[in-house]
Design a protein around this ligand. Structure first.
Ligand code: CTP
Length: 403
């Protein structure tokens, strides 16, 4: 999945021949899952039509502060546009537009929006080779970079003038790849390795029966997605669940029993920076597993159980620098029991679910949790979708690494 998936992109198009390439650019952004709002300078409309770009971006294109054809329509609010965006790209950026961006010469919607934007801004210049090398252009590059903007260097090749050299706008594929890798390198959990457990475990009684629980695995999968979207490399060890993932940064290791989960976790633990144990691991399993299906006979039937290994406890015993997060599901004396679990399992943070809370727990799309850290700071959270609970957990981890 592209890092651009779900991102809101403002594409500012200025008036150069390379504007025709923005059709491909919009297509690539949409294909990557981004939302694109195109803003054109009046001059750019001579090179590519607003209809082309609005069709490809699936949104009306803006090019002036108000809609000339519809006097009743609202004016195009550059401040709102600037705040809406996760990133802005000016492509092609002509020498004229770059000079205006540098000097705050705000005579069109594109520049007004640029000046209002709080998001990262990328600039893909396009011009003839002598213009590209002119000291005033170089001064614009320097100023724009000083403002915190990122220049996507022009490429060398045949130019519209017939000359050959540097100045050609980077190819749309290269612009998208440049932005993707720049965003990826700045993700807050880039380079961090996460081990996450999810789902139930099934403990076999015989070849067709097992002891299991109602955990769906959703919480663990949501945490894995949030972590991977923030740049982490995730090993997700999951018991039986219908959830799937195709995120390239998530390695899914499917397991069935607590013992298999234990082995998979220990195989990866030493390389990990963060462990989040969201699985509902069976605490007991049948002492012996019948090799053949057990036939019914007696009226009463007793299965002798033995303890499974506590995975989280065993990781807490050998942890070095790993940040260890456990879940606790309690029905009474919640806070006190959770605090005891923090100490017993050597945790950095516990996420406490109370079954007394309506909307929390197994098979629900929502969860209401309380965070308790190893210094016993207690933070109760609102009832919210599990995706948002996952984000809250990730915020705690980001704060740990960046504060
Ligand atoms: N856990 C684990 N391995 C086990 C049991 C639990 O890794 N065999 C983890 C869970 O993934 C969870 C945490 O330990 O993060 C707490 O599990 P919970 O069942 O609430 O508590 P227990 O320690 O098993 O104690 P009890 O059942 O007595 O409340």
């Amino acid at each position: 999945m592209s890092v651009l998936n779900g991102k809101k992109i403002l594409l500012g198009v200025s008036g150069g021949i390379a504007a025709y390439k923005t059709a491909s650019l919009v297509r690539l952004f949409i294909k990557a899952g981004a939302h694109v709002q195109v803003i054109m300078t009046p001059a750019s409309k001579d090179f590519v039509t607003p209809l082309t770009l609005s069709t490809l971006s699936r949104k009306p294109v803006f090019s002036s502060f108000y809609n000339e054809d519809d006097q009743e329509a609202e004016w195009n609010n550059h401040v709102e546009l600037g705040l809406w965006a996760d990133l802005m790209l000016v492509a092609p950026a002509t020498a004229n537009t770059m000079s205006k961006m540098t000097n705050g010469n705000c005579d069109n919607l594109l520049i007004a929006t640029y000046l209002s934007a709080k998001c990262p801004v990328y600039v893909a210049p396009a011009m003839d080779l002598d213009m590209y090398k002119h000291p005033s252009t170089i001064a614009s590059f320097t100023a724009l970079q000083k403002f915190g903007n990122t220049i996507i260097p022009a490429e060398s090749g045949e130019l519209a003038s017939g000359l050959s050299g540097e100045g050609r706008m980077a190819e749309p594929e290269n612009i998208v790849a440049f932005i993707e890798s720049d965003l990826e390198s700045k993700l807050p959990l880039k380079g961090k390795k996460f081990l996450i457990t999810a789902g139930p475990t099934y403990e076999a009684i015989d070849p067709v029966r097992f002891i299991g629980n109602h955990s769906s695995g959703k919480m663990g999968f949501d945490i894995a997605s949030s972590a991977a979207n923030l740049g982490a490399e995730v090993v997700l060890v999951s018991g039986p669940t219908h959830f799937k993932t195709n995120h390239p940064s998530i390695l899914l290791i499917p397991v069935v029993s607590a013992q298999e989960m234990y082995k998979a976790c220990h195989a990866h633990f030493s390389q990990m920076d963060v462990v989040i144990a969201a699985a509902a691991v069976a605490d007991y399993r049948p002492k012996t597993v019948a090799t053949q299906k057990i036939k019914k006979s007696a009226d009463n039937f007793v299965i002798e159980l033995e303890k499974t290994k506590d995975i989280l406890l065993s990781l807490g015993e050998i942890k070095k620098n790993q940040f260890l997060i456990g879940f606790a599901l309690e029905t009474e004396n919640e806070i006190e029991n959770a605090k005891l679990k923090i100490q017993k399992k050597n945790l950095d943070l516990i996420v406490l679910n109370s079954l007394q809370d309506e909307g929390a727990g197994f098979k629900k799309a929502t969860n209401k949790v309380t965070f308790i850290d190893k210094d016993f700071n207690i933070e109760p959270m609102e009832l919210k979708p599990k995706e948002e609970v996952a984000d809250d957990i990730l915020n705690k981890i980001k704060a740990y690494f960046h504060d």
